[in-house]
Design a protein around this ligand. Structure first.
Ligand SMILES: [Zn+2]
Length: 158
């Protein structure tokens, strides 16, 4: 995995052994539809592969895959129009900061809900612990640093 050039974005997390491969394996193999195959399941699985390999269809990927449709010039990010649009820029673009912060916050809430069952009394200490953990840090000043574990979080199922 360390030599996979598509995973350069999370190289530090790979070398630090921050990734739980058992959960990653379970996530990749999970089937939310309950049917062994369908067009919708194929779309879900394809989306997971794009998330795992950081191959979301950003402009550089579209350009590579559809040579005749896209001009052979650097296509900037449609949000900031300042730099080349690619998967790495998703976290670096300050135009995405509010959205990323919302995704992190939602993931924090989801984790909290999963840890608490409906009968349990809400535990403020647990909520504070989750909010103070590195993965749910919403301080993106000036942008999402490559070392932020959010890059791993975008692999979460939807
Ligand atoms: Zn941008």
């Amino acid at each position: 995995m360390i030599n996979n050039s598509k995973l350069k974005l999370i190289e530090q997390s790979l070398t630090d052994d921050d990734i739980d491969w058992n959960f990653t394996h379970e996530w990749i193999n999970s089937n939310p539809l309950g049917t062994p195959c369908s067009a919708k399941l194929s779309k879900i699985q394809g989306n997971k592969m794009k998330k795992c390999n950081f191959t979301h269809p950003t402009n550089d990927i579209q350009q590579r895959n559809y040579l005749r449709l896209y001009p052979r010039v650097i296509i900037p990010c449609v949000k900031c129009n300042a730099v080349k649009d690619n998967n790495e820029h998703i976290g670096l673009c300050t135009a995405h900061t509010t959205t990323i912060q919302q995704i992190i916050s939602n993931a924090s809430d989801t984790l909290y809900e999963l840890l608490m069952n409906d009968d349990a009394e809400r535990n403020l200490t647990l909520k504070i612990t989750i909010n103070n953990s590195k993965i749910f840090n919403t301080n993106l000043d000036p942008f999402l640093l490559k070392s932020h574990p959010f890059y791993l979080l975008i692999q979460r199922p939807h």
